[in-house]
Design a protein around this ligand. Structure first.
Ligand SMILES: [Zn+2]
Length: 100
């Protein structure tokens, strides 16, 4: 099989396009801008998608806090712990009185 320069170029472009499309799809599922995924895929290919995953993972981690009652990870800003159903609202009754 003869690999001409043109055929090589087509294969490279098709693979490149695949990373860009995959980047857009992953950006969509990870709540990122679609063009960010396209750029990561375009410039860094699989490495860019790996970096995107790390960014997503760290952002997910930073959105979690530990429930003081059961020590389970809970979304930041949650009012009620989904694990033990305890009240997690930051401003208790005493805080409201102190603020006035
Ligand atoms: Zn809990």
């Amino acid at each position: 099989m003869l690999w001409t320069k043109g055929r090589c170029l087509i294969v490279v472009v098709v693979f490149w396009a695949l990373w860009i499309i995959l980047g857009i799809i992953l950006a969509n599922t990870w709540n990122m801008k679609w063009y960010a995924g396209a750029l990561w895929g375009f410039f860094l290919g699989p490495f860019g998608l790996g970096i995107m995953y790390l960014m997503y993972y760290s952002s997910q981690k930073s959105n979690l806090v530990r429930c003081p009652k059961c020590q389970e990870p809970v979304q930041k800003g949650a009012v009620i712990c989904p694990h033990c159903r305890s009240d997690l609202s930051p401003s208790g009754p005493s805080d409201v009185i102190g603020a006035q």
